[in-house]
Design a binder for this molecule. Structure first.
Ligand code: URP
Ligand code: ZN
Ligand code: ZN
Length: 475
């Protein structure tokens, strides 16, 4: 943990990208184009009361951000970060970083600056991009309630932990993507950092098909999540998944899946209740790894059948991870995301005798038995899994207590947005499993890579009307 506290985070140049809307995110991988949002935030946070830092965000090309001129110094802030080890996804070296107007102007050794520049001594510290959490649920209406962290409190936690951007999932309102999008734009008005949106697809018909097109072409949202679980609410059938995959392919958009067999889960839940198992441990027992492995394999095969890339969210088990490994080995383009809870925890907490404690660990897919965590860590270090999100989806004890007599009613979700950066550091870098440059890749630049690649495919498709380059090439 102490080492994690040494990290000095910078954020990718999203404002710069937003001003150049056509080339969204593609230039952001170079260190000299990083923006110092974390530091600007930390300075502004200490200077202004919270209410004043709440800005109306703008939203371009699937990316929203706070007003770049917020705060008295605003864009005039000049900062030199001196003597740190500057790290990006491929390289690290000791250098100074000079930032003006919120943009990194230059990186180099022993820079001299005028007196009006704020100098931050980073000797012995890493200077790296702020984290991007690719999987969050802020202010999400789910299981009869709403997550307790909204776009301000969740983002405040993120910034405190070194994450400077997150991608949240828009949930359609009564199946309408447009209504869902409007609702999330409104939720995000209290944002204090950069964010982006994926969109969940909870049914599929002609209207949804047209709305997906609108989201990609007009709103810059080009990643769509399909739920194979949550029967009776978010889950869709294989028939609709296939149509959704086809649509993603035709739009050059990225299909994402929550991979658990929803029918199997329903049967497992009934089995537990019939056995009289009603506590939080019943949650894990009712949806074992085999159901995650089955759905992961099925989704991968259907994506292969359609010939479109697939992103598996929150991989929690060896079973699912092995399906991804197999597909990648065969050359299929599959992207694997795990989450910090899966990477560092095991299911023992679900057996805690105190309901309030145990219920905190209820999420789906469930946190698995000891051993799955280590397998996921190994998969991450080998590139079988490429990203770590949080699935930050928090409910307080009162909300979790909805399921005090029946685990099926415990709202699913755990925290992580504030803890992700240091937990990955401790688990993966301190242990020697990955390098510092890999850390930057896993926590930040990998999502930008995929987002920009699909954005390029989408604009390529507009002119060439072809999807052939999205075929099943390896990652
Ligand atoms: O338990 C979870 N994961 N809650 C959030 C919704 C989801 O499935 O991502
Ligand atoms: Zn999910
Ligand atoms: Zn989620």
């Amino acid at each position: 943990m102490a080492a994690a506290a040494e990290l000095l985070s910078l954020s990718l140049s999203l404002r710069e990208i937003a001003s150049d809307r056509k080339s969204l995110l593609s230039q952001t991988l170079e260190v000299h184009r990083l923006v110092l949002i974390t530091i600007v935030f930390l300075l502004s946070f200490s200077l202004f009361p919270i209410a004043q830092s709440q800005q109306i965000p703008e939203f371009y090309g699937g990316v929203g951000y706070v007003d770049p001129n917020c705060g008295p110094q605003g864009s005039q802030l000049k900062i030199l970060i001196k003597g740190g080890t500057v790290v990006n996804a491929h390289h690290q070296e000791v250098a100074d970083v000079y930032i003006e107007d919120g943009i990194i102007v230059s990186v180099g050794p022993n820079m001299k600056v005028s007196d009006d520049v704020t100098v931050l001594d980073a000797t012995g510290k890493y200077v790296m991009p702020g984290g991007i959490d690719p999987h969050t649920h802020l202010a999400m209406e789910f299981m009869g309630t709403e997550t307790i962290d909204d776009f301000f409190s969740g983002q405040a936690a993120a910034l405190a932990g070194g994450t400077t951007m997150h991608i949240d999932f828009v949930i359609p309102v009564n199946g309408s993507l447009t209504a869902g999008y409007e609702s999330y734009l409104s939720k995000a008005k209290i944002s204090c950092m950069d964010y982006g949106f994926h969109m969940a697809i909870t049914k599929f018909d002609e209207v949804v098909s047209k709305e997906m097109e609108l989201m990609v072409k007009e709103k810059g949202i080009n990643s769509f999540k399909f739920f194979l679980a949550y029967k009776g609410s978010l889950m869709i059938s294989d028939e609709l998944l296939l149509q959704g995959l086809e649509k993603c392919k035709s739009l050059g958009a990225l299909a994402m899946v929550h991979a658990e067999n929803g029918d199997g889960v329903a049967a497992g839940q009934k089995r537990m209740i019939d056995l009289g198992i009603t506590g939080p441990e019943g949650h894990a027992l009712s949806r074992p790894p085999v159901l995650e492995g089955e759905a992961t394999g099925r989704a991968i095969r259907l994506a292969s059948f359609v010939n479109t890339p697939l992103y598996i969210v929150h991989v929690m088990s060896t079973d699912a991870m092995e399906e991804i490994a197999k597909a990648k080995k065969s050359g299929q383009r599959v992207i694997g995301e795990t989450v910090v809870s899966g990477l560092v925890l095991d299911d023992s907490w679900l057996w805690h005798p105190d309901f309030t404690t145990a219920a905190k660990y209820v999420m789906s897919p469930p946190i698995r038995k000891l051993g799955h965590d280590k397998a996921l860590q190994a998969a991450l270090s080998m590139g079988i899994l490429q990203l770590v999100g949080t699935d930050h989806c928090t409910f307080n004890s009162t909300q979790k207590a909805f399921g005090i007599d029946d685990f099926r009613k415990i709202p699913n979700g755990v925290n992580g947005i504030g803890e992700r950066m240091h937990l990955i550091w401790d688990t993966m870098v301190e242990s020697g499993r990955i390098s510092v440059t890999d850390y930057v890749k896993i926590t930040s630049t990998e999502w930008v890579k995929w987002k920009s690649r699909f954005q390029e495919e989408e604009s390529y498709g507009k002119t060439a009307n072809s999807r052939s380059s999205l075929a099943l090439e390896g990652t």
